[in-house]
Design a protein around this ligand. Structure first.
Ligand SMILES: Cc1ncc(COP(=O)(O)O)c(C=O)c1O
Length: 214
């Protein structure tokens, strides 16, 4: 296999494997990033006021092309957890409403839902998905056993943090749409690892990171 290490600025003495927390950027990406910083510093007000909105739109178009999604459906947030918080805290949940999730979710996102539930009286239910993982359709059926008439939201990781499973989110989102249940997918690891087609995936909300594997 080609040695990719020279493409990164990483300490050559370190075998860096954790691109899932904070990915290291390849050298050309760092060069582009620093060129943008220099451009900002040359004319800060002109750059931020006049140039940035158009540049961000062009960047959303490029990202949309990568994700097969219209640019106007994409919103920049600092990270995936932030996106989960934005959605979770914006829903008009009532006491007794249920948010169904799996028992493979990322702690900070579980915490966000716990807070929302404490404030609204909604209930966060973790449906077990047993290990070793079953084939996708069976996994979707295992998860669906947790749905009740009170389920208002389904929240799932696309790729799970503690167990590195790819969950069958497209199947589950399709079924949820038929049942009138909102879906939020935490795709923190997905844009750099999976060929994503967001419209085909069919989630109501999808949050992801470009700073991990991508
Ligand atoms: C499934 C999942 N969601 C969310 C996150 C948090 O990512 P961030 O800190 O970029 O929001 C992680 C981090 O590893 C994760 O594995």
């Amino acid at each position: 296999m080609k040695d990719l290490k020279p493409l990164f600025l990483l300490d050559p003495d370190v075998h860096f494997l954790n691109h899932g927390s904070f990915g290291a950027a390849p050298r050309p990406v760092m060069a582009a990033y620093q060129a943008w910083q220099m451009r900002l510093e040359r004319q800060p007000v002109h750059f931020l006021v006049n140039e940035l909105p158009g540049l961000l739109h062009a960047a959303r178009e490029a990202l949309g092309h990568y994700l097969h999604a219209p640019a106007d459906d994409l919103v920049y947030v600092p990270n995936a957890t932030y996106g989960v918080n934005v959605v979770a805290r914006s829903l008009a949940l009532q006491p007794g409403d249920e948010i169904l999730t799996s028992d493979h979710e990322y702690g900070a996102c579980d915490n966000a839902w716990a807070l929302v539930c404490r404030k609204t009286g909604a209930v966060y239910r973790r449906q077990p998905i047993p290990l070793p993982a079953a084939p996708p359709q069976e996994m979707a059926a295992q998860f669906w056993q947790g749905v009740t008439p009170r389920t208002k939201v389904i929240f799932l990781s696309h790729i799970t943090s503690p167990t590195a499973l790819t969950l069958p989110v497209a199947e589950i989102c399709a079924r949820a749409r038929q049942a009138g249940i909102l879906t939020l997918v935490d795709g923190a690891h997905a844009p750099g690892q999976l060929a994503l087609d967001l419209p085909a995936l069919g989630a109501d909300f999808y949050t992801g990171n470009c700073h991990k594997w991508q």
